[in-house]
Design a protein around this ligand. Structure first.
Ligand code: ADP
Length: 518
């Protein structure tokens, strides 16, 4: 139990707000939720001890409204604010506002956030420390001529990245001088609209790398421990989709060497609290620093599963000034954990966001299965926020056990009413390259047929067909008729009542039929 904090405000929503509330309960800390107009029926509002309406749905008026949040925190009399991830989690002004108002910000110091918030500065700093970075510019570039000169110097292809960016936005791959002009103005526009600041820099594009990151925890007084790596190479548009720990290509000696680099990076900036040091890895297994995320990551549960540590509780303990009761030797990895990010997006329709009513919800369970989600039957997925609606985590004694548990869990997971990325994850779990650990950031382009082809094939996933057969069997039992057991039997009997239903059609393209009135 932490004596230091009596009450904490959670400046976030959705699954991460619930995650933090749960940690607080274990620590006997009272919780304060904030919510926007569309979130008044959200679970974080129901689960917190107190909750306060803070504004209209657009993030700028609610979850990004620093003045309003600080005012609410003062009114509620909290000792600390946990920002979750996204929104204000890495906002130096917010951390500073907390510091000025005598509220503990559960995260890094505002000075570190300022440095980490400028990715070019951060790169330069790491370079000074002797940490390998991808070759590229050392400052923000003002026009495309400068970008061109730099690209010619470091060699094509290059990436244009936003210095103040995050979440994979504002990144452009440029393969030739012809593409540069257009890409530069697009990156410029995107950076301005997404981050409100223009600032593009150039980096050498590493062909089809892996993304491997190290979790660190630091007491801010010089003690830094790494909690091993997460492989996050399965991405779409530079955004992570599936993560796992450990990485299939990291052995104990690589872990020790690169983990030490991550610790060095954290020490270089006097890092405080939990953070992530991200690397991209080329075909020769060379690790290059790309950025430091000064916050809890979406994918933190897989590290929790393999280390047995609770990262959110660690965060509170560090923020309370109680230091780290952990040394590097105490960190032992056991088994393997995989996380699938379940987004309310239609993988068969260009990943179009899919908001609306969740008409039926049934989360999976069983050994090694963890679901971090704020969904429930009757919940309305709003259009205003990130499309991540659930994180499904499977843990096993080894990769294969974790994969099979994930496969089962995905199959059991029912989210009706909105399209989700579940079918895509089912596909990935079966993929031969995935099973071999042959991963890179182009995995999806390389392994998935385009959605049109997927639809045209009218492919029937045999497993899901089996499930459909079971549902049809139950349907027949309900109707007082002899049940059929297998998909083949279902087909041969030409069972009536198998119709496409919206509820299930979002689980797999075509071929997925069930009795409408089941
Ligand atoms: P963000 O902060 O927007 O998430 P990152 O710098 O972390 O941006 O990069 C996001 C993703 O972009 C990485 O996971 C990787 O897939 C890709 N990426 C970044 N830098 C490079 C690079 N130099 N070469 C190839 N891919 C890269």
């Amino acid at each position: 139990m932490l004596e230091v904090f009596d009450k904490v405000l959670i400046a976030n929503r959705g699954e991460i707000a619930l995650r933090v509330i749960r940690a607080c309960r274990e620590l006997s800390i009272r919780t304060v939720a904030i919510y926007s107009e569309v979130d008044d029926k959200s679970l974080h509002v129901r689960f917190a001890d107190e909750s306060y309406w803070i504004g209209a749905p657009p993030p700028a008026e609610s979850y990004l409204n620093i003045g309003k949040i600080i005012e609410t925190a003062s009114k509620a009399g909290v000792d600390a604010i946990h920002p979750g991830y996204g929104f204000l989690a890495e906002n130096a002004d917010f951390a500073e506002a907390c510091e000025k108002n005598g509220i503990v910000f559960v995260g890094s110091r505002s000075t570190t956030l300022r440095l980490g918030g400028n990715k070019v500065e951060c790169r330069n700093r790491m370079k000074q420390e002797g940490i390998p970075v991808v070759s590229g510019g050392e400052s923000i570039i003002d026009d495309e001529h400068e970008a061109l000169a730099l690209a010619e110097e470091i060699g094509w292809p290059v990436l244009l990245k936003s210095a103040f960016g995050g979440g994979g936005r504002g990144i452009r791959t440029v393969r030739s001088r012809e593409e540069l002009k257009e890409a530069f103005s697009a990156a410029h526009r995107e950076a301005l609209s997404a981050f409100g600041k223009f600032g593009v820099y150039v980096e050498k594009y590493i062909e089809n790398p892996r993304h491997i990151e190290f979790q660190i925890v630091s007491d801010g007084k010089g003690k830094v421990v790494h909690l091993a790596e997460r492989e996050c190479s399965i991405q779409r548009r530079f955004q992570k989709l599936v993560e796992m720990s450990p990485s299939p290509v990291v052995d104990a000696s690589i872990r020790e060497r690169v983990g030490a680099l991550a610790v060095k990076a954290a020490k270089a900036v006097s890092y405080l609290n939990a953070g992530t040091v991200e690397f991209i890895v080329d075909k020769g297994m060379n690790f290059y620093f790309i950025e430091m995320n000064s916050r809890l990551q979406v994918e933190h549960p897989i590290t929790e599963m393999v280390t047995g540590l609770d990262l959110v509780k660690q965060q509170f303990q560090i923020a309370a000034g109680e230091g780290l009761n952990l040394s590097q030797e105490d960190v032992r990895l056991r088994g393997c954990a995989i996380e699938c990010r379940i987004n309310a997006e239609d993988p068969l329709n260009s990943f179009l966001p899919s908001a609306g009513l969740v008409s039926r919800y049934h989360p999976p369970s069983g050994p090694g299965v963890r679901v971090d989600s704020a969904l429930y039957s009757g919940y309305e997925v709003p259009v205003h926020y990130d499309s991540l609606i659930a994180k499904l985590i499977a843990y096993g004694g080894d990769f294969e056990e974790a994969r099979l548990r994930m496969k089962n869990a995905l199959r059991e997971y029912v989210i009706d009413g909105v399209a989700t990325t579940i079918p895509l994850h089912q596909f990935i779990m079966e993929d031969t390259d995935f099973r071999r650990g042959d991963l890179s950031t182009d995995f999806l382009q390389r392994r998935l047929p385009n959605p049109e082809k997927l639809k045209a094939k009218q492919r029937v996933n045999s497993e899901i067909e089996e499930t459909a057969a079971a549902i049809a069997a139950l349907y027949l039992v309900n109707k007082g008729r002899k049940p059929v057991r297998t998909a083949a039997e279902v087909r041969s009997r030409n069972v009536n009542g198998w119709r496409s239903s919206h509820a299930y059609s979002n689980r797999w393209p075509e071929g997925w039929r069930h009795a409408e009135d089941f």
